[in-house]
Design a protein around this ligand. Structure first.
Ligand code: MN
Length: 498
């Protein structure tokens, strides 16, 4: 999804009041709401349109607006605010049918109390402090998950929280009706990558279906020679090609083979309207190489991917990329690969056999060819690069049988000090928070997968918002995490989700 696509989407700004106050007050309420909706619309980090809706003052008006929001294709969520008191029984029928994400903005039009002029007129018009509590009660009484943002509407942090929630709503919108394709099934005998695809469609709105690898191979074989040549030129321009892959050199044919695979994959995904895919090296019949470079590039263009049939991670990678549209940094399929247990500097080396997205590359990737120990295919072409240091996170969705769990671990990425001359794959080094022992133990106790989406630009708060919209469990491992508290949280959640 591009930034332009996002500007087609809308969040509706809905203000509640009541007729009791009279026409003049309601006009002022509408004027203030218009100003807030307009201001949100002008914030560069709020990536969708913010649309003012007429102030609602009765059960019918609330119900009709919720009904409209449900069916409006471009409406990805609503932001509510009670400028005055708005008796909340009038919200029950509307909220009962609302299917769109909701953010409750607990704000007030004026930032400061006008000390010298404040009178009872002012008090009667500016009642968010108690009006929003009445609204909050009915939301809690209805057991509705929602985002609550508190503070003045022009405050940078308030706008930032709304912008984050809006991105979460964009992600949810992106998943509804999304299609993911698996080439071949799950890697044999692997547990965590498997799961209930029917329940996922019911809960998340996306579908996952399998195609035999032959359907893809046909499109790969159909790729035209001139298109392959053109794509190889693009590779030469965008990456540092090792000499053996360059035109006229012995392994250039392998580069052409990678280009052929990319063209076939792209066509398959485009024609099937898929937002992501999985493959497995146990099922590559008719393919010359395991796709490395093509997968790295497709991810860079916004497609989700999961290795070994991991459709949950493919869908997660896709949605995280969509939620991060326009932000600096990237999101990639990732795997906790191997450990560095040096006392005081413990860290994880994250990588995969090949498929790390070039959106997280630090500098221009090198395009190389090396043998692959497993799969029994020709040497695959891949991009090799390091990843910058800084704050990042890993996220994973696991199927707990009776529910899905989103697991987030904040990490500190570390720029590699060593050259790693013999490691022929893209790699990341990170230190899990709060520390290696606690972070890894917490992840394992929570059943987190070895596959994740590694993100440089999404916050844990945004992912929590996303989990709330999806109505799933979210376990957040961060600098405050202790194992005793985490174990309790897992136990209590067992009861909550029964
Ligand atoms: Mn894997």
């Amino acid at each position: 999804m591009t930034a332009t696509d996002l500007k087609r989407l809308e969040v509706w700004f809905i203000t509640g009041s009541q007729h009791l106050y009279g026409e003049e007050t309601l006009r002022e309420v509408a004027k203030h709401s218009t100003a807030i909706a307009k201001s949100l619309n002008e914030q560069p980090n709020v990536t969708v349109k913010s649309v003012f809706q007429p102030v609602v003052n009765s059960t019918d008006e609330v119900y009709n607006l919720c009904l409209e929001a449900n069916t409006a294709r471009n409406c990805i969520g609503i932001i509510t605010w009670m400028h005055t008191f708005s008796p909340a029984k009038m919200w029950i029928n509307g909220l009962k049918i609302l299917h769109k994400p909701l953010c409750h903005l607990h704000t007030q039009f004026n930032r400061d109390i006008p000390w010298d002029t404040i009178d009872m007129d002012f008090m009667n018009t500016n009642q968010s402090a108690h009006g929003d509590r009445e609204f909050g009660f009915i939301m809690s009484r209805l057991r509705l998950d929602r985002k609550v943002v508190v503070g003045h509407w022009q405050d940078k942090n308030v706008v930032g929280q709304i912008a984050g929630w809006t991105r979460a709503a964009i992600g949810w919108y992106d998943w509804q009706g999304a299609r993911f394709v698996r080439f071949g099934d799950n890697m044999r005998y692997v547990a965590v990558t498997d799961g209930d695809k029917v329940e996922a469609e019911l809960k998340f709105g996306y579908s996952v279906n399998t195609h035999g690898i032959g359907d893809l191979v046909k499109m790969i074989n159909d790729a035209r020679d001139n298109a392959i040549t053109k794509l190889c030129d693009e590779y030469a321009e965008r990456y540092n090609l090792v000499t053996s892959l360059k035109k006229g050199n012995p392994q250039h044919q392998s580069l052409r083979e990678a280009a052929r695979i990319e063209l076939g994959l792209r066509r398959f995904l485009k024609e099937g309207n898929y937002k992501g895919f999985t493959d497995t090296f146990e099922d590559l019949h008719g393919m010359v190489q395991l796709p490395g470079l093509p997968v790295q590039r497709l991810m860079n263009d916004g497609y989700g991917f999961g290795g070994e049939g991991d459709w949950k991670t493919a869908a997660l990678v896709r949605v995280m990329k969509t939620m991060a549209t326009g932000l600096p940094g990237g999101n990639s399929f990732m795997e906790d690969y191997t450990y560095h247990f040096e006392p005081g500097s413990e860290m994880v080396l994250g990588s995969h056999m090949l498929e790390i997205c070039s959106s997280i590359a630090d500098g221009k990737p090198s395009c190389e060819i090396h043998p692959l120990g497993i799969g029994g295919k020709a040497d695959p072409v891949r991009l090799v690069f390091n990843v910058a240091g800084g704050h990042a996170l890993n996220a994973s969705i696991v199927d707990m049988g009776n529910r899905f769990r989103l697991l987030v671990n904040e990490v500190t990425a570390v720029k590699p000090k060593n050259k790693l001359p013999k490691l022929p794959v893209a790699r990341v080094l990170w230190k899990p928070l709060p520390d290696m022992q606690t972070g890894c133990a917490a992840w394992i106790l929570a059943g987190g997968a070895h596959h994740t989406c590694y993100s440089q630009n999404l916050s844990a708060e945004l992912l929590q918002d996303f989990a709330d919209i999806a109505g799933i469990e979210c376990i957040h491992i961060n600098k405050q995490t202790t194992l005793s508290q985490l174990k309790n949280e897992l136990r209590w959640n067992e009861v909550y989700y029964k």
